[in-house]
Design a protein around this ligand. Structure first.
Ligand code: NDP
Length: 257
């Protein structure tokens, strides 16, 4: 029960990887605040069944403004009084050939996948530093975990905004870890491989792409949300206090190939 009396905020908690992450923290006794646009009842039930406490917070992170993100964090802090872990997981993908890629799709992907995570970290980091928690010797550390991608390292196929946003989040992870390690804040990221969720449904339903992907994964299978959740718990725990600015690949061996 490493996360008893800890508050863990997970964005994109309504399904997929985010839901799996919520359950993994619940198994360690956490109070989990799940953020998403749609109904969070499924995640709430799964968290409670796993032994955690759930707080649902509906919000749209798609505008990517500083005000939107700071308002969400202020509302969560008003309700819980503390945040110990933030997992920036919410993300979207839009597919189109580069020559036809629309401005609307570009802006939507960057707002959700890059602007919003940065402003969330900014709001939580500012609260942590300005309330003196960084200096209190008895206090534990603040853990910020970003969900990056293999496309933080590779270009992908017909997903230019997604690749740009995920390269960006890897950069922001390193930038903030440099600035905030001295504040007792660990900033790290996970680069999931190919995980079977709504986000990758189109790929799994395309027999050619599905085979090409499976043929390249040394583990020989699509990943599951639980495969990512374990790494996330590690990056949020005291076991990773000396880890800063890392992007941890959990990809069944894809990048090592
Ligand atoms: P899903 O599409 O299954 O889930 C996405 C989550 O993000 C949902 O909970 C969704 O909630 C939330 N979300 C999307 N847009 C918004 C928004 N505007 N405001 C609030 N919440 C939003 O995706 P995955 O679980 O597959 O992906 C999770 C993360 O992992 C993403 O960052 C993705 O890029 C990354 N990733 C996924 C991989 C994979 O193979 N699946 C591989 C590498 C990285 P709702 O719609 O209810 O608002």
């Amino acid at each position: 029960m490493k996360f008893k009396n800890k508050v863990v905020v997970v964005t994109g908690a309504s399904r997929g990887i985010g839901q799996g992450i919520c359950v993994a923290f619940a198994q360690q006794g956490a109070t989990v605040v799940g953020v998403a646009r749609s109904d969070l009842a499924d995640t709430g039930a799964a968290v409670q069944a796993a032994g955690g406490t759930f707080v649902a917070h509906n919000a749209d992170l798609g505008t990517g403004t500083q005000k939107e993100a700071h308002d969400v964090i202020a509302q969560i802090l008003a309700q819980t009084g503390q945040i110990d872990v933030l997992v920036n997981n919410a993300g979207i993908i839009r597919r189109a050939p580069a020559k036809d890629f629309s401005e609307a799709d570009w802006n939507a992907v960057m707002a959700t996948n890059l602007n919003s995570p940065f402003f969330f970290m900014q709001a939580v980091g500012k609260w942590w530093i300005e309330t003196g928690r960084a200096k209190a010797p008895e206090s534990s550390r603040l853990k910020l975990v970003n969900i990056a991608s293999l496309l933080s390292f590779q270009g992908g196929i017909t997903v230019p905004a997604y690749a740009a946003s995920k390269h960006g989040i890897a950069g922001v992870t390193k930038a903030l870890s440099n600035e905030w390690a001295k504040e007792r804040i660990n900033v790290n990221a996970i680069a999931p491989g190919y995980i079977a969720t709504e986000n990758t449904k189109a790929l799994r339903e395309d027999p050619v792409r599905n085979k090409a992907i499976l043929d390249r994964i040394p583990e020989g299978r699509w990943g599951a949300a639980e495969d990512i959740a374990g790494g996330c718990v590690f990056l949020a725990s005291g076991d990773s206090d000396y880890l800063n600015g890392a992007v941890l690949n959990i990809d069944g061996g894809w990048l090592g190939r």
